[in-house]
Ligand binder design. Structure first.
Ligand code: PHE
Ligand code: FE
Length: 283
């Protein structure tokens, strides 16, 4: 089965979605920890080591604080072991999935405080760049942020809102909000701009590009603006949206989006990297 996947590109996803019947209706499956090879664990270890070295001054405080909670860094963590800490901290748990999954099951897992984590890891020749999320992106990028109580609540609300958006035919627009917050969000800390988005935090090159480079546009997070903006899946982002705090993010997204979806139906899309009149791009 090659399901239409969330965050889709034009290729079929590469995971094995049958696994001899081990994949359940909600797309979760057991993490087949025993099948990782020593080379797989070594890939994880080297990715972790390279990435952790460049976090200071670029990753947000919440991420740096929670990173040790992932546990082992020299091999791929066991999800059930990690879940003992995560569940105690924020009531979230991670569940294994074969790869990208369709919109509705994705939203439904999040609404139930279950974060889908792809269990396979990239091949050594994909060390620097991979198009689909793998276990390194999902664990290293996403899971530390789920230890932050406010952010963790935001992601659950996002899932609940996603189910509604799906019914209203607005799933694709709402996906842009996920992209520009959970995946590629920037936060203004008292000591400067930092990354909280998993796509940035798990990327060796994008961290500096997102936080330090003069190239990309940076805009204050605005719901309508963000959900009108297309995104690139195969290059560094041409624009980022900046928040001041996770509380601000939570409060901003708390109101009913139904009227917003109506406005979006008649609004035109904005290409990534394009500024509208009056925008400086230097949030
Ligand atoms: N408040 C949104 C709605 O009514 C749901 C939502 C919450 C969406 C948080 C995204 C993030 O649809
Ligand atoms: Fe991701």
């Amino acid at each position: 089965v090659t399901p239409a996947v969330y965050g889709a590109s034009d290729r079929p996803p590469r995971g094995d979605y049958s696994r001899g019947g081990a994949v359940l209706a909600d797309y979760t499956c057991p993490q087949d920890w025993a099948s990782y090879t020593p080379a797989d664990h070594d890939t994880y270890r080297r990715l972790y080591e390279r990435q952790v070295a460049q976090l200071p001054g670029l990753a947000c405080d919440a991420f740096i604080k929670a990173l040790p909670s992932l546990g082992v860094k020299d091999r791929i963590p066991r999800f059930d072991e990690l879940n003992e800490r995560l569940h105690r901290a924020t009531g979230w748990e991670i569940v294994a999935v074969p790869g990208l999954i369709p919109e509705l099951p994705f939203f439904t897992l999040l609404a139930n405080r279950k974060f889908p984590v792809t269990d396979w890891i990239r091949k050594p020749e994909e060390f620097d760049y991979i198009v689909e999320p793998d276990v390194f992106h999902d664990l290293f990028g996403h899971v530390p942020m789920l230890f932050d109580p406010t952010f963790a609540d935001y992601v659950q609300r996002y899932g609940q809102g996603g189910i509604k958006a799906h019914d209203l035919g607005a799933g694709e627009k709402l996906a842009r909000l996920y992209w520009y917050t959970v995946e590629f969000g920037l936060i203004r800390q008292p000591d400067g701009l930092r990354a909280y988005g998993a796509g940035i935090l798990s990327s060796v090159g994008e961290l500096k590009h997102a936080v330090l480079s003069d190239e990309p546009r940076r805009l204050p997070l605005d719901l309508l603006r963000t959900m009108r903006t297309r995104y690139k899946i195969d290059t560094y982002q041409a624009n980022y949206f900046v928040i001041d705090s996770f509380k601000q993010l939570f409060d901003l997204t708390e109101p009913d989006f139904t009227p917003l979806y109506e406005s979006l139906e008649v609004a035109t899309d904005i290409e990534a990297g394009v500024l509208l009149p009056g925008e400086s791009g230097k949030a």
